[in-house]
Write a protein that binds this ligand. Structure first.
Ligand code: GLA
Length: 412
């Protein structure tokens, strides 16, 4: 659980902005609710110097400018640790980063010669991991893969010699042409280097191949989380598409390792303060998947109702349950879905999901829950507790998801 600037700011973020979000998370009680990681995404690097060390963009991170002329993210990380957060950084498994292919007008692209602009970890895994997890003391790393996908010989910016050609080892258009073995080897190598710096294993590694290169078959061996889809957008349909990428078929998930349908869009676009039904549904679905809960909005501007959604401890407990079981879609009809998730205390969470723009009624035979009756259900959004019989019926508004935690009341 944490926060990442990408969905709100892309590469246009600053240390001051990140720290103002950290303050808001503390002030609004979201840090206490579990949002522990403050992550940095693409854009933080200026270049790789001749010695191979990455230079930090000090216009973005003023605290990184050291008196001796070198740069270091350690003061920033120390500041976050001092506030009680853990700190996350971003790199690429290839030579170049996603922004260099997809945000070519960004003012915050790496600068210098072709070699200086190769800020990805390829051929630098050992020194970069020593820098990031050792010298700078980060706790988490998101490792993107555009360097393996978007710098093949056919790209115009490779043809004109802006970048060196690599692979591509990941083919977004023709997945069967991806060299999944090569991609896996690179992530395996990176994890080995992190483990040498952090033998206690107390870190998070996020594999970001967007579900490409057969990631569902290998990523859980190296990553705590692995992306299952292309980038989420702040729209209802995009959120559902990303949800489906992890839910159907359900991906492997155990405590500490879970699939990642991407960061939350709560507070943005169709999940902003005018769309609280959608924001609740989005949060509920991520919780049913045991997905990482990484906020991606400018939390400093949040209304109390948005804080209440992302801070709902009952829903967070569903996501973070120590059993780590991913919820399963057990029924689908007319753009409605029923999902079940086993919790470690023996209770069961039922999600009634209405994907439609119109109301919908869904129901479930409680025998399917395999709980010994009598049963009680707690609505995790209204906190209302009711006794339930043989069938639970949910009348849902357009886009509503109802979350019920059902438990046996025998002996209570
Ligand atoms: C990719 C990732 C995003 C983000 C951007 C940064 O698109 O999937 O989450 O990190 O790169 O450029």
């Amino acid at each position: 659980m944490g926060w990442n600037p990408w969905n709100a700011f892309r590469t246009e973020v600053t240390e001051a902005k990140i720290l103002s979000v950290a303050d808001a998370l503390l002030r609004d009680g979201l840090a206490e609710s579990g949002y522990q990681f403050i992550n940095v995404d693409d854009g933080w690097w200026l270049k790789r110097d001749v010695s191979g060390r990455i230079v930090v963009r000090t216009t973005m991170f003023p605290s990184a400018a050291l008196p001796d002329g070198h740069t270091s993210l350690r003061p920033f990380v120390d500041h976050l640790h001092g506030l009680g957060f853990r700190a996350g950084l971003y790199t690429d498994i290839g030579r170049n980063a996603c922004s260099q292919a997809w945000d070519r007008r960004s003012p915050n692209l790496p600068v210098g010669s072709m070699a200086e602009r190769e800020i990805g970890s390829l051929d630098h895994q050992a020194e970069d991991m020593r820098l990031i997890f050792g010298e700078w003391a980060f706790d988490s790393l998101k490792v993107d893969a555009c360097g393996l996908a978007d710098f093949g010989p056919d790209q115009p910016y490779v043809k004109d010699a802006t970048f060196r050609s690599l692979g591509p080892y990941i083919s977004r258009r023709h997945p069967a042409e991806s060299d999944s073995k090569r991609v896996e080897q690179l992530y395996a190598g990176l994890k080995k280097q992190i483990d040498m710096v952090r033998p206690d294993g107390n870190y998070i590694l996020s594999v970001c191949t967007w579900g490409e290169a057969d990631a569902q078959a290998w990523a859980q061996k190296y990553g705590n989380t692995w992306r299952t889809s292309a980038d989420i957008q702040p729209t209802w349909e995009s959120m559902l598409k990303n949800f489906d990428s992890a839910a159907s078929p359900p991906e492997f998930s155990v405590p500490g390792h879970s699939s990642d349908p991407d960061m939350l869009e709560i507070g943005n676009g169709e999940f902003d303060a005018n769309h609280l039904v959608e924001a609740r549904a989005h949060f509920s679905l991520w919780a049913m998947l045991s997905a990482p809960l990484i906020l991606g909005s400018d939390v400093t501007k949040w209304s109390p109702s948005l804080v209440g959604i992302a801070g709902n401890r009952d829903v967070i407990a569903v996501d973070q349950d120590s059993g780590g079981h991913q919820g399963i879609v057990i029924a689908k009809m007319d753009r409605g879905q029923v999902m079940l998730k086993n919790l470690s205390d023996g209770s069961m969470v039922v999600a009634f999901v209405n994907r439609k723009d119109q109301p919908l009624t869904l129901s479930l035979q409680t025998a399917l829950l395999h709980l010994d009756g009598p049963l009680a259900a707690r609505d995790l959004w209204t906190q209302e507790e009711t006794a339930v019989g043989g069938v639970i019926t949910a009348k849902l508004n357009a886009h509503e998801t109802r979350l019920l935690r059902v438990r046996s009341t025998i002996g209570r």
